[in-house]
Design a protein around this ligand. Structure first.
Ligand SMILES: *[C@@H]1O[C@H](CO)[C@@H](O)[C@H](O)[C@H]1NC(C)=O
Length: 247
C-alpha cells in the first residue's frame, strides 16, 4: 500500500517534470461565457470527452511544414466523444494555457469552415483564415514586449472575437503560439477545437485570406526563422501567415 502510493507519487512527479521541462498548450476554453475542458494530453484518448481535438505532447513542433502543424500531434477526433461548442458569431473565445514558460513570440488564432461536420473533417484539408494575431507589441525584437508575454501576464490566456459577420455553421478554431526565444529555431504550439457558430452574417473571407496547414508557413519566412538577439534596434516583426480577416 505504502509502496504503491510512493510509486504513484513518483509517477506523478515525473509526469510533472516532463510537462514542465516541455512546454504545453491550450487546456481550457471559455466560449461565449461557457467553460469547456480541453483534451488532457499524456492520457489515453479513450473515454475523453471534449470540444478539443486530441493532442498528445507538450513539446513544440519545430518544422513549420510538419504534418502535425494543423492541430498538433495527432489532432484526431474523439469519435462519439467529440463535442462542439455552440456559440453565436460575435462572441468572445478565451483560451487558457498551462502556466506558459515563454514570453517571446506572436499569438495567432485561426478558424476554418468544415465541409459538413467538423468531427469528420481532416484539418489539413481545411481552408484556414486568421481571426486574430499579435506579435511585437512594443520595444525591440531583443528586449521588447511580445504578445506571448501579454498572454502570460493575463492568466496564461488569450481573448479573441469570432467575426460577427461569419455565416452560421461548423468551424474549427485553431490557437497557435510561435515561440522565438531560441535563435533561428521556431517552436509552434497549435491546438484545435470545434465550434457550431449560430447567428452571424453572410460575409466570407476571400481566397487571399485562406491558407492550408501545412502550407501557410515556410522555414524562410522572416517571422519564422529569426534571431531576435542579433537585432537589438529593430522594432518591427512580421507575423507569418495571412492577414487577419475582420469579417
Ligand atoms: C485563470 O485561468 C483559469 C484557467 O486556467 C480560470 O479557471 C480562471 O477563471 C482564470 N482567472 C481569471 C481571473 O480569469
Amino acid at each position: 500500500m505504502l509502496l504503491s502510493s510512493a510509486f504513484a507519487a513518483l509517477a506523478l512527479a515525473l509526469s510533472q517534470v516532463r510537462q514542465a521541462s516541455a512546454h504545453g498548450g491550450v487546456l481550457n476554453y471559455n466560449i461565449g461565457g461557457t467553460m469547456y475542458k480541453g483534451f488532457t494530453p499524456y492520457n489515453t484518448p479513450v473515454g475523453q470527452i471534449s470540444i478539443q481535438r486530441e493532442w498528445d505532447t507538450y513539446d513544440p513542433i519545430t518544422n513549420p511544414t510538419s504534418g502535425t502543424i494543423p492541430c498538433n500531434t495527432n489532432g484526431a477526433n474523439l469519435g462519439a466523444n467529440q463535442l462542439s461548442a455552440t456559440v453565436a458569431a460575435g462572441s468572445k473565445v478565451i483560451a487558457y494555457w498551462n502556466p506558459w514558460p515563454h514570453t517571446i513570440g506572436p499569438v495567432m488564432v485561426y478558424m476554418a469552415k468544415c465541409p459538413s461536420s467538423c468531427t469528420s473533417a481532416t484539418p489539413s484539408s481545411l481552408s484556414w483564415f486568421k481571426i486574430d494575431q499579435a506579435g511585437l507589441i512594443s520595444g525591440t525584437l531583443t528586449s521588447g514586449t511580445w504578445a506571448m508575454g501579454q498572454l502570460v501576464s493575463n492568466n496564461n490566456s488569450w481573448t479573441s472575437t469570432i467575426p460577427a459577420s461569419l455565416p452560421a455553421g461548423e468551424y474549427m478554431i485553431r490557437h497557435e503560439l510561435l515561440a522565438l526565444h531560441t535563435s533561428n529555431q521556431p517552436q509552434f504550439y497549435p491546438e484545435c477545437a470545434q465550434l457550431k457558430v449560430t447567428g452571424g452574417g453572410s460575409s466570407s473571407p476571400s481566397s487571399s485570406y485562406l491558407v492550408k496547414f501545412p502550407g501557410a508557413y515556410s522555414t524562410s519566412d522572416p517571422g519564422v526563422t529569426i534571431d531576435i538577439y542579433s537585432q537589438p534596434t529593430v522594432t518591427t516583426y512580421k507575423i507569418p501567415g495571412p492577414a487577419v480577416w475582420k469579417g
